[in-house]
Ligand binder design. Structure first.
Ligand code: AMP
Ligand code: ZN
Length: 134
């Protein structure tokens, strides 16, 4: 896709610290390094976001995500991971080429602290369930 920075990395037009590559995808270090080893997995083909990705490609990408996470566990002694994808601006997506973040976690509290707010006292769970199911 024209002017897409991740397409350019996939085509080796601009450099990236690539740690895994095959015919369909690659993994490279995120420049921001929220934690040591913060990695992005991208398909070589351009898809804007999660909902657009071909399902066979997506299945391959999640398998590669596991393979790369195992490597980071071994090489960097990661104690755990957050695996996330942001879809659309409302969810914080800044690069419109689908990518999966692998964020290794260590004992120290470093640059990534996801928190789920417990709203259970304020919401009607049945109402939400019914909206989804009906
Ligand atoms: P998101 O907010 O989910 O769209 O994440 C985009 C990520 O891409 C951010 O964490 C950026 O640090 C990262 N990023 C942007 N440009 C590059 C680049 N040229 N090489 C590596 N990571 C990049
Ligand atoms: Zn792209």
């Amino acid at each position: 896709m024209n002017n897409c920075i991740f397409c350019k990395i996939a085509n080796h037009e601009i450099p990236g610290k690539i740690i895994y590559e095959d015919d369909l995808c690659l993994a490279f270090l995120d420049l921001s390094q929220a934690t040591d080893g913060h990695t992005l997995i991208i398909p070589k083909e351009h898809y804007d976001h999660f909902l657009d990705v071909d399902q066979d490609v997506l299945a391959h990408l999640i398998q590669v995500t596991q393979t790369v996470a195992k490597k980071l566990e071994t090489k960097l002694n990661a104690q755990g991971f957050n695996i996330i994808t942001n879809m659309n601006e409302v969810a914080g997506q800044t690069v419109k080429h689908f990518h999966i973040h692998i964020i290794p976690r260590y004992q120290s509290h470093e640059g990534f602290n996801p928190e789920f707010t417990d709203r259970s006292k304020d919401i009607d769970l049945d109402k939400i369930y019914n909206r989804i199911m009906n």
